[in-house]
Design a protein around this ligand. Sequence first.
Ligand code: FAQ
Length: 328
Amino acid sequence: MYTQGLLHAKDDDRAAPEPADRLARFQARIDAEEKIEPNDWMPEAYRRTLVRMISQHAHSEIVGMLPEGNWLTRAPSLRRKAALLAKVQDEGGHGLYLYAAAETLGVSREELMEQLLLGKAKYSSIFNYPTLSWADIGAIGWLVDGAAIMNQIPLCRCSYGPYARAMIRICKEESFHQRQGFEIMLTLARGTSEQKAMAQDALDRWWWPSLMMFGPSDTQSQHSDASLRWKIKRFSNDELRQKFVDATVPQGRFLGLAFPDADLRYDEAAGHWRFGAIDWAEFRAVLAGNGPCNRQRLAQRSAADERGRWVRAAATAHAEKRRARAAE
Ligand code: FAQ
């Protein structure tokens, strides 16, 4: 995509040593809140961090389409179906902007997709949990998109221009996603006792995995220090998790639902909702490929890739034919 002409420049840069004065000038630009653009010099570690983070984010968007796509044919009304269809399509679009942003760093989409399908690339832990009832679609919108927005609003100020700009549009769409989810939860919570029980069950199952979305605690986070210094991240994992809990607990109480955490309490002095211990063993197991749906998700993505092969081949042949005709 827009990497044409950038790839060689990056290869040359990567081979070159990174002198201290160049690194210092780069950090000074970051400290001055200047945006780093694809043709600018950047330390190799900065580039690698961005490729890792943006590609994991892109993979999360397209794998995240699967648990929701599961309910497209079973949405309870035409209105619900139309909204869910639009949301799932938005997520496909987010994946595209993000793969394009990663491509500006000199990595191809094919390469990134291969890493995903071979199980070498990570995507968000949250998408390895199953969607067992319609209420799960409400809980995903309310909690998962809610957590995604909390994490992504600061990314609109990320020091790397293409990622920051992609995030602006993505966040606008995520905000609609969060509202559609909350509205489903509100309808269920105000419905029959069976509907309220469905909403409660969804909250019980999605609450802790949503808190895990923010990543390991600050003491365990390997990449946070460098990412904060480079202003890729603006807040630590624990800071964002706390902001999410503070914003979401009052919403759950408004719904009349109970959070599955006996230790949840309001700390008057600090102005924060304090929450219980996260099960990091579960988080690690999901990251290691042993969550409830890891294998299913990758199998579905591989099948989609295989089914789409002829479309990509036909589109490429068509583009080549047009290019040749234009050159005649
Ligand atoms: N799941 O040192 P840190 C969405 C990995 S989008 C899996 O703290 P970092 C939209 C991490 O990659 C959701 N892996 O790492 C939607 C690293 O592994 P590595 C995705 C995780 O990068 C809604 C290792 O653990 N959002 O939901 C997770 O500084 C509804 C050590 O961690 C983004 O990707 C996890 N939860 O902080 C779609 C946002 N947490 O690479 C459909 C951008 C950590 O060394 C439906 N990303 N790891 O092998 C970020 O903000 C950051 O990358 C963090 C992690 C905060 C996720």
